[in-house]
Design a binder for this molecule. Structure first.
Ligand code: BJW
Length: 239
């Protein structure tokens, strides 16, 4: 454990499940109720913008009623306290989640690789603006005045955000931890192999084995609100 200095953590929908936010691929998850091709591609938005905007307006409103859970809190605590345990050590949190629960729990070295529900992106002037209200009524962009705002969400076929920063942090990582993700969506699902290539240890914390489980040195299975705080406590106590 003492040889670990830099930690990279990848989170997915499972970390927010116990806050009451639907996952995508579990039974009862979002993709059982909505076809991916109808709501999460640029082609879907071009074909039926009202359907897509309504889907995201509903989810943007819903996340504002949810609260961070013990797993989000534990990861924020790890980021704050890790440099006291290992001087110069860093914790980089990369989330696929588009909710703001890591932000609200206090994580700061945080990358939202698939975008954020609480931003809107203007396709006319390319500005990203904080946004909490519906988009269905096509409001004007506060920056340029054109009614061309879309959800600031990375849809299938679009490039995830800040990949250079993510690969940069991965190259420096001594430990890679994947939490609450099915390992079904790339390039996020490939990060564990990148971590192995640079010699980092790899750990999966998930409710059940993910699609990429075989790539991890170690896996611990259970609800995020239990396994994540327990792991963080272990790291900070030097276990
Ligand atoms: C718990 C729990 C609890 C439950 N405690 N755990 C063929 C092969 C390979 C790749 C491709 C391919 N065809 C197309 C592609 C590329 C495509 C892709 O990966 N497709 C796959 C489906 C095959 N990827 C893309 O298009 C991406 N862009 C891209 O590749 O650009 C080119 C590029 C090239 C080179 C470098 C870089 C880029 C973009 C992907 C965008 C994904 N967007 C979404 C939708 C966002 C919109 C929205 O929110 O509506 O992001 S998809 C959706 O899946 C969302 C999530 O972030 C993402 C990952 O899901 P996640 O988080 O893993 O959730 P689940 O539900 O799958 O899993 C939850 C897990 O939690 C489960 O394991 C549970 O067991 C567990 N769990 N409760 C702990 N209490």
């Amino acid at each position: 454990m003492t040889s670990i200095r830099n930690i990279m953590i990848l989170t997915g929908a499972g970390v927010s499940a116990e806050s009451g936010i639907d996952t995508f691929r579990d039974s009862g998850g979002l993709w059982e109720k909505h076809r991916v091709e109808d709501v999460a591609t640029p082609e879907a938005f071009a074909r039926d913008p009202e359907l897509v905007l309504r889907f995201y307006d509903m989810r943007r409103a819903a996340i504002q009623t949810k609260q961070p859970n013990a797993a989000h809190a534990a990861l924020a605590r790890l980021e704050a306290e890790w440099p006291e345990r290992v001087p110069g050590g860093t914790v980089t949190l990369v989330t696929q989640n588009v909710d703001d629960l890591h932000d609200r729990a206090g994580s700061r070295n945080l990358i939202h690789m698939h975008g954020e529900h609480l931003n809107a992106w203007c396709t006319a002037c390319d500005e990203r603006v904080p946004w909490r209200a519906p988009l269905l009524d096509r409001p004007a962009c506060p920056a340029c005045g054109v009614p061309a705002l879309r959800p600031d969400i990375v849809w299938f076929g679009e490039m995830p955000y800040r990949m250079e920063d993510i690969y940069g942090a991965l190259r420096e990582a001594d430990l890679f931890v994947s939490i609450g993700t099915s390992g079904a969506v790339y390039p996020a699902a490939g990060l564990v192999r990148g971590a192995r290539d640079v010699g980092a240890r790899t750990l999966e914390l998930n409710l059940e084995p993910s699609q990429g489980s075989a790539w991890f040195d170690e896996a611990r299975h259970g609800p995020a609100t239990q396994v994540v705080p327990a792991w963080v406590e272990e790291m900070l106590s030097g276990g």
